[in-house]
Design a protein around this ligand. Structure first.
Ligand code: GLC
Ligand code: CA
Length: 561
């Protein structure tokens, strides 16, 4: 199929920068990042070249899960600012050509949301059916055997009314009942409220889980994922709800929508993102961030580049002309990219972070950059369980200890994978607390801020930040934009476990991307004619590509004949 068949959309060549507001920039010294703090840094994001910001939740919330537990959809959490601040952010971002995408968290609310307070007040409250209430089994136990991401069980008993409510996440995050049309209308109404303010779209939190089968059957799959997932993820109901949402809300605006969708295959990806299905612009798939661990059971596995390449190229190819990809290394739920897939040693941190950026940003789809990734922020070392903040880290710790894992091994696992790594404040400069706050940060900063910080990166032409800037320019520039955004994708040497090489082609243009994922010098052979080297993370020009010597973590982009 030719590129003409895919109708062009503004978000095809967009680059998204994700902000986790609590950890981004604190403007008033209370130790918590806030909206005015984001406004102060818009120029930094504009210079990088990102033209969309995805803002993790800033709504009113008791912050059990740092804002993914919302108690007021049309209110801003006071620690983040006011409605006037959000409007100012939209205005200031717009001046710089940046759109704001907000998080839409509607699989669940907070248990402190007025809807839930009403719902749980009595069995005959008009909002009872807004959430999922079920009678206990004969023996008083849970209605079925589903598990939760953050707790052993997905059900909590409400003593007053004698029924259990469903929560796929914490017990402070009760699931909304999407089968109830009133719930759906309330959500659509709220979406209009925000879109009318001029939002660029929504990132939809665990949106593939909103459809629950009406018979609430027991789970039968226990060896992968949270028990129950085969029933509540990617079923027919979610697609139906999304098409209704599109019809009632989304089609009235020209917006980017990205669904967060664990447990998806490329076929699901096509269902969600094929333009003619009128569901979403794109989704976040999870296959590639699951390859080095079994998340649910908190077990580490080795990173396997062959498998990684297989996953990424399958998504690139299967969605080509039949949907749209998002591409990401990291987000607020993942460890730091360079520590995970590259090397955070002083010797290779910068070079490997540039390599990883190159591999991702030359792919087709809309790239997402997680705050701090563009300066190569690393995982932080945590000494004991008390130092972790995230509720998932605590849950995983408990599970590991119960399974007989030693304290040291459990802490080691979390030092690889805890979501806290992403939530450590952004390192802005060499001032106290990395310039993030003048007060005491809600989560201590990484001590390596003295070397790794945005001020240094902006002032150093050879920094990761400037490498990312160049990658974005390639995507959005005249010369290579079309091939980077719309070209087809061919993986080379799938069995090569050290080098990731692929070709992007569109019309006359072809780019060859070659990346060494190891800290060794390697030799490889490529039989192509070289027009020019477009980007290289080492200074000296590469040798001939017929007998290419690849330095540790070297990544080059070559315009080939
Ligand atoms: C998503 C969010 C995560 C949150 C969860 C529950 O996975 O990315 O941060 O904890 O949903 O809302
Ligand atoms: Ca603040």
């Amino acid at each position: 199929m030719s590129t003409e068949q895919l109708e062009k959309r503004w978000w095809h060549d967009a680059v998204v920068y994700q902000i986790y507001p609590r950890s981004f920039n604190d403007s008033n010294g209370d130790g918590i990042g806030d909206i005015p703090g984001i406004i102060e840094k818009l120029d930094y994001i504009q210079t990088l070249g990102a033209n969309v910001i995805w803002l993790s939740p800033v709504y009113k919330s008791p912050m059990d899960d740092n804002g993914y537990d919302i108690s007021g959809y049309r209110e801003i959490a006071p620690e983040f600012g006011t409605m006037a601040d959000i409007e100012k952010l939209l205005f200031e971002a717009d001046k710089r050509g940046i759109k704001i995408v907000m998080d839409l968290v509607v699989n669940h609310t907070s248990d402190e949301h007025p809807w839930f307070l009403e719902s749980k007040s009595s069995r005959d409250n008009p909002k009872r059916d807004w959430y999922i209430w079920k009678d206990p089994k004969q023996d008083g136990s849970e209605p079925n055997n589903w598990e939760s991401f953050f707790k052993p069980k997905a059900w909590t008993l409400d003593e007053t009314t004698g029924q259990y409510y469903l929560h796929l996440f914490s017990n402070k995050q009760p699931d909304l009942n999407w089968a109830n049309p009133e719930v759906r209308e309330a959500v659509y109404d709220m979406m209009h409220f925000w879109l009318k303010k001029g939002l660029g779209g929504f990132r939809m939190d665990v949106i593939n889980m909103i459809g629950k089968p009406s018979d609430y059957p027991d789970a039968t799959i226990f060896d992968s994922g949270v028990a129950g997932w085969e029933h509540w993820s990617n079923n027919l109901l979610v697609h139906q709800y999304l098409r209704e949402m599109h019809d009632k809300v989304l089609r009235h605006y020209d917006v980017l929508t990205v669904g967060e969708t664990p447990f998806t295959t490329t076929l699901d990806g096509r269902y969600y993102s094929h333009p003619e299905r009128n569901e979403l612009s794109m989704i976040f798939q999870f296959e590639h961030v699951g390859i080095d661990r079994e998340e649910h059971n908190a077990v580490k596995k080795d990173f396997d580049l062959v498998q990684y390449k297989e996953i990424m190229s399958r998504w690139q190819e299967d969605l080509y002309q039949r949907g749209w990809n998002s591409v990401y290394w990291s987000n607020h739920d993942q460890p730091r990219t360079v520590s995970r897939y590259g090397s955070d040693s002083p010797e290779y941190r910068i070079i490997s972070a540039k390599m990883l950026g190159t591999v991702l940003h030359m792919m087709s789809g809309t790239p997402y950059i997680y705050q701090g990734e563009e300066i190569g922020m690393t995982n932080k070392h945590f000494n004991n369980i008390e130092e972790f903040n995230d509720l998932m880290a605590k849950f995983h710790y408990q599970k590991m200890i119960e399974r007989g894992v030693s304290n040291d091994d459990a802490i080691e696992f979390l030092n690889y994978f805890s979501r806290d790594h992403a939530r450590v404040p952004v390192q802005w400069d060499t001032k106290d607390h990395a310039g993030f706050t003048t007060g005491t940060p809600w989560l201590p900063v990484n001590e390596n801020y003295v070397e790794i910080n945005a001020e240094q990166a902006v002032n150093d032409e050879d920094s990761i930040y400037h490498h990312y800037r160049q990658l974005i320019q390639l995507r959005q520039g005249e010369e290579y934009g079309d091939v980077v955004v719309y070209g087809n994708h061919t993986l080379l040497d799938p069995q090569d476990g050290e080098v990731y090489a692929y070709i992007r082609s569109s019309g006359e243009k072809s780019l060859l991307i070659i990346a060494n994922f190891t800290d060794s010098t390697l030799q490889r052979t490529y039989q192509y004619g070289v027009k020019q080297v477009v980007l290289n993370n080492y200074d000296d020009a590469p040798s001939s590509i017929h007998e290419l010597v690849l330095k540790p973590y070297q990544a080059i982009i070559i315009d080939i004949e």
